[in-house]
Design a protein. Structure first.
Length: 290
């Protein structure tokens, strides 16, 4: 069974998996979630993903009905049952269902959903040649709320940003705030290389603190690449020598064009190359480099 759905602990074939139309995740995007991938069949940084899920749930006041240990056991059981060589896993917690109305107290109990499907990583060509991205100016839904930094189910801004990217023939959209600063990608964190230094927005900008991002920063330190956590102005990013994104599924991907303009030489740069190689050795072992 390459695709598996688990609803509140019950394994279901995808065609038989149903959620009520009165579920607040459907009605209001009232949910939190995590996405992760496996390496050699094992979920990467599962504990850290579950810790972040807990933090997100706390920020939007959704109680979790299971402990991290119990959630981990459910995820591991789902991966084993799906039986894929490598898997993409999405874990979602909605506030649950109840009568129509915005009052969170109307929800009866949270709903757990786990989806496991075969991993479809980007083609090798995207790592070798890079991708194009566009900038997308907006204000995010959770800014200046207690949910800032949480991974919530309301992804409308990212959906619209990706529509704009696809319309321009690009594969990622970089979210730009009202002051012209790049915060993050539609579904990624963003890094630039300026005069040999790795620049990325800090968590104080309200970004989602990516788990792959944390590994990139640690690897940069190991490799002796200087790091600056600061605002990344759109104009500066367009003039950077390198630009790349990171996410759990895509790992690190080079951005070689932004808003139709080449970044640096228009090809993936050496800092990106070193960090990607180090990340792959870290996740797959030395054989990944051969």
């Amino acid at each position: 069974m390459p695709i598996l759905v688990v609803l509140d602990g019950q394994h279901c074939p995808p065609a038989e998996s149903t959620v009520s139309v009165f579920d607040r995740g459907f009605l209001y995007g009232d949910s939190v979630f995590e996405t992760l991938r496996t390496y050699s069949g094992q979920p990467f940084e599962l504990e850290e993903h579950l810790r972040r899920l807990e933090r997100s749930a706390e920020r939007v006041f959704i109680p979790l009905s299971l402990s991290r240990v119990e959630l981990a056991a459910e995820v591991l059981a789902a991966i084993r049952a799906a039986g894929n060589p490598e898997s993409y896993v999405r874990l979602m917690i909605t506030r649950g269902q109840g009568p129509l109305g915005l009052d969170p107290a109307l929800a009866e109990r949270p709903l757990r959903v786990i989806i496991v499907q075969p991993l479809q990583a980007p083609p090798a060509e995207q790592y070798a040649r890079g991708i194009a991205a566009v900038s997308y100016r907006t204000e995010r839904v959770v800014d200046a709320t207690s949910a800032q930094g949480a991974k919530i189910g309301n992804y409308l801004i990212s959906v619209l940003a990706m529509r704009a990217a696809r319309s321009a023939g690009a594969l990622e959209a970089l979210i730009v705030d009202g002051r012209g600063r790049i915060l993050e990608g539609a579904s990624s964190n963003v890094f630039a290389v300026e005069r040999g230094r790795l620049v990325t927005p800090g968590e104080d900008a309200g970004i989602l603190a990516g788990i792959t991002r944390a590994h990139v920063l640690a690897l940069a330190s190991e490799l002796g690449v200087p790091v600056e956590l600061r605002a990344l102005e759109l104009e500066a990013a367009q003039g950077a020598s390198e630009l790349f994104i990171s996410s759990s599924i895509r790992e690190l991907l080079p951005v070689v064009r932004l808003d139709g303009r080449p970044i640096g030489t228009g090809t993936p740069g050496p800092v990106f190359g070193r960090l990607l190689a180090a990340f792959r050795e870290h996740t797959r072992g030395p054989a990944a480099l051969s």
